[in-house]
Design a binder for this molecule. Structure first.
Ligand SMILES: N[C@@H](CCC(=O)N[C@@H](CS)C(=O)NCC(=O)O)C(=O)O
Length: 126
């Protein structure tokens, strides 16, 4: 398969905030039909299959992941969004739903997660 005929594959874990970021971008930009989405529920048989599929290509499997071009695998949500944004000439900063999610619920969940980690660390050191 050549780069011209290859359909990028995006791997998404349900309920993952980073994966939702990628999914929202693809939906709002209208690019969802240009990629193959392989998603799975946590702890499902499908998760095992997808992890086994990705494992030979990545130092560490995490989600979201994507095969952007034949043999080119990436795992960072921002890199995946940047690749598709550049390819389609779309600016994520101008996408209302995507920006609302990234600057709102996503940013808040990252902040709370970090605070929780710090509280746990402080509690275990006390
Ligand atoms: N920096 C990464 C973080 C991704 C991340 O932490 N994803 C979690 C799921 S929410 C993950 O893959 N955890 C390990 C795992 O599920 O094996 C990104 O922005 O894509």
């Amino acid at each position: 398969m050549t780069s011209a005929t290859f359909k990028p594959i995006v791997y998404l874990k349900e309920n993952c905030p980073f994966c939702l970021k990628v999914r929202l971008f693809l939906l709002e930009s209208g690019l969802a039909s240009d990629v193959e989405i392989r998603d799975f529920a946590p702890d499902s048989d499908r998760e095992e299959k997808i992890r086994a599929e990705l494992q030979p290509h990545l130092d560490k499997v995490s989600f979201p992941s994507a095969q952007l071009e034949p043999g080119r695998y990436v795992t960072e949500s921002d890199d995946i969004v940047a690749f598709f944004a550049a390819k389609a000439g779309r600016d994520p900063a101008g996408m209302t739903v995507y920006r609302n999610y990234v600057d709102g619920v996503f940013a808040m969940s990252m902040k709370l997660w970090k605070e929780n980690q710090e509280l746990k660390k402080a509690a275990s050191a006390a």
